[in-house]
Design a protein around this ligand. Structure first.
Ligand code: HPA
Length: 316
């Protein structure tokens, strides 16, 4: 078969959107670390020193969130003096966007030079020990119930055709989160995240089935973003804020969006503190990196990617 020279349309769209964001940024440097804030978890951004705000709606082609509690913008600046990019709000597959659009903002951040991403979300507990209000560090994921964002012609510029998934969530970055939890005194559990498509909450039978499969938490966003991010060679870490027990579990009444949003606000208060500390530790971890490949040997960031800035406090 003759070689196909037409640029991949998904790649071309990410590049177009990235170019528009670069233009909005002017000479502002993008931090090597980004935080994705899930539904109702946007308050950490309130404390940010913002150098540039880019609403998703202002970038032609970027999907705009229709979900409650999602602001829908990129913020570039610093938090307590540490440079960071924040994605305040995301889109979900259940909103009707193609999966390539759902993961577009993550791929865009990588094009801008981001190398590590902290993914946050609200989720239901499948593990009965994870009471609402808990924070859970994601150790692994079950993505089998949501379509892969990597289906279709492989985008070689992003990663390999058959990416390894043995360590989706980076161990060193997870250690940073565990250390941040210890230092701030914020309890942090650990567990496996499972992503169905949503938008409906699960049935009690599904929750029982997911528990048997090895899931600890269930949510509608993060696993596909994690998959696309790993494909692209980003190092990632994920945190779920537990807003409710899964449907049909003891003590759980019928589920509502209001309950999820209310608990999300409560969770934000601890999460903000944990993220601020973790950001410093992760920045130090990135800075200590000596090779151009990441800890699990994935693709290197794009040419021109920002180097992690030295940060004195983080290196103490
Ligand atoms: N199921 C799926 N997603 C969720 C839940 C849930 O119970 N709670 C918050 N997000």
């Amino acid at each position: 078969m003759p070689e196909n020279k037409t640029p991949n349309p998904v790649y071309a769209k990410v590049e177009r959107c990235a170019a528009a964001v670069r233009e909005a940024l002017g000479d502002i440097t993008v931090a090597p670390i980004a935080i994705v804030l899930g539904s109702g978890l946007g308050s950490v951004a309130d404390r940010m020193d913002v150098a540039c705000t880019v609403p998703y709606a202002e970038i032609d082609g970027l999907p705009v969130s229709t979900a409650p509690g999602h602001a829908g913008r990129f913020l570039f600046g610093s938090l307590d003096g540490t440079p960071v990019a924040i994605m305040q709000g995301r889109v979900h597959y259940y909103e009707g966007y193609p999966m390539s659009d759902v993961v577009l903002p993550i791929r865009l951040l990588a094009q801008l030079g981001v190398r590590s991403v902290v993914l946050t979300n609200v989720a239901g507990a499948v593990n009965p020990d994870f009471i609402p209000g808990s924070l859970v560090l994601i150790t692994d994921q079950i993505t089998s119930f949501a379509p892969s964002p990597l289906i279709g012609p492989n985008i070689e510029e992003f990663g390999v055709r058959f990416p390894d998934q043995s360590q989706v969530y980076d161990q060193e970055l997870r250690n940073c989160l565990l250390r941040a939890a210890e230092e701030t005194g914020i309890p942090l559990k650990q567990g496996v995240y499972l992503q169905p498509t949503g938008p409906q909450f699960e049935t009690p039978a599904e929750i029982r089935a997911y528990r048997l499969l090895g899931a600890d938490v269930v949510g509608m966003s993060t696993a596909v973003e994690a998959m696309a991010a790993r494909h692209r060679g980003l190092r990632i870490v994920g945190i779920s804020g537990i807003t409710n027990f899964g449907a049909g579990m003891p003590g759980q009444a019928d589920l509502s969006t209001e309950e999820v949003e209310e608990m999300g606000k409560e969770i934000s208060k601890h999460l903000d503190k944990l993220l601020a500390r973790a950001l410093k530790l992760i920045t130090a971890e990135l800075w200590s990196e000596t090779s151009s490949t990441d800890s699990v040997g994935a693709a290197i960031p794009p040419a021109g990617a920002a180097s992690p800035a030295p940060h004195t406090e983080a290196q103490e």
